[in-house]
Design a protein. Sequence first.
Length: 75
Amino acid sequence: MFMFFSITAIKCIEGDAAMVEADVMLHARGQQPSRQKRKIRTAHQTTLLTLCQQYSTGEKTIREFLKAIVFSIRL
């Protein structure tokens, strides 16, 4: 069961990374992204950033980090 949630979390992170990469490419070309950021996405990105910082500083183990990411994802 943990493996399923880990794969789901990874897919969601990859999808988010793809959207960010597309926005970066548009910005590099001098264009603005056509969609507006929703408050939910911004809140989710803030949560992920906080979790990454906590993992980087050693506040969370890899297991705690992945578990927190899984709980932060809404399908």
